[in-house]
Write a protein that binds this ligand. Structure first.
Ligand SMILES: C[S@@+](CC[C@H](N)C(=O)[O-])C[C@H]1O[C@@H](n2cnc3c(N)ncnc32)[C@H](O)[C@@H]1O
Length: 259
């Protein structure tokens, strides 16, 4: 049985991905660009951040890739024609030595083979090219996941989750540094950053964990059970010190392909 949703709900993600958009804008603000670079946005989603990246390279080019058919359709609609949008998997990128900069946000933790991912990232960069990215890091959403795992072990639902494997991996800065170095990167800098994310009320929190964070988990249960589980998770979140707050942790990384 699959550990993944069939595809992303691109319209819902575009509407409610305020947290990812806010983090991404900060990552983009730290990216130094001359304006003539060829840049890859790896895991572009609906292209919200790509649309801010493209004007930063007026004399260059941006290509946006994503594995999801729904996300790439949405990005194609949003982005100007000058931005190339390609449906592709990060573990099998159809480029070699093509990019000055590889930008990515909120994506790498979805790729369960970090060593293969890091080799691909190196291979698509030009010599001297730079990786500038952020994704979920060690400890990301630990409180929510612990609560979800208690529910998954509950006698009412446990049979659906006997062969469950997490759809993501939240790596440490140390492990990521070692893996990037093994792939051939130099000048590597990785660090974790707490990003606690409050939601306005139960409805906003509920929709976000349902559509974005836990959508893969809920593919295993019917609508009634899904609502029961969401009730339990929302009740627990209501009693947290900061109610309806997700305990996000981000992993920042920069690295260079040797010239
Ligand atoms: C949370 S969204 C992030 C989108 C955007 N970068 C943002 O910050 O809002 C994660 C994206 O990664 C894409 N993705 C996950 N695994 C991928 C893979 N192996 N190859 C390409 N894209 C992938 C998903 O389809 C999804 O669009």
């Amino acid at each position: 049985m699959s550990f993944r949703r069939a595809d992303w709900d691109a319209d819902a993600y575009h509407r409610i991905s305020g947290p990812q958009f806010a983090w991404g804008q900060r990552v983009l603000a730290r990216l130094e660009l001359r304006g003539d670079e060829v840049v890859l946005d790896a895991g572009c989603g609906t292209g919200r951040l790509t649309s801010l990246l493209a004007p930063r390279v007026p004399a260059g080019r941006v290509i946006a890739i994503d594995r999801s058919a729904a996300m790439t359709r949405s990005a194609r609609t949003l982005l100007p024609d000058e931005v190339g949008v390609v449906q592709a998997d990060l573990l099998a990128l159809p480029f070699r030595g093509a990019f000055d900069v590889l930008f990515s946000t909120a994506t790498f933790h979805w790729v369960l083979e970090p060593a293969g991912l890091h080799r691909q990232l190196l291979a698509v960069l030009k010599p001297g090219g730079r990786l500038h990215a952020q994704c979920g890091g060690a400890g990301n959403l630990a409180r929510l996941h612990a609560r979800m795992h208690v529910l998954m072990a509950d006698a009412r639902y446990a049979d659906r989750y006997v062969d469950w494997r997490e759809p993501w991996c939240f790596a440490s800065p140390e492990g990521t540094t070692a893996s990037l170095a093994a792939a051939g990167f130099t000048d590597i800098h990785c660090n974790l950053q707490d990003a606690p994310t409050p939601f306005a009320d139960e409805a906003a929190y509920r929709e976000f964990i349902d559509r974005v964070v836990l959508a893969d988990y809920f593919t295993r249960v019917g609508a009634k059970e899904r609502e029961e589980m969401l009730d339990v998770l929302c009740d627990a979140a209501a009693t947290d010190d900061a109610p309806y707050t997700l305990d996000y942790v981000r992993l920042n990384m920069t690295a260079t392909r040797p010239a």
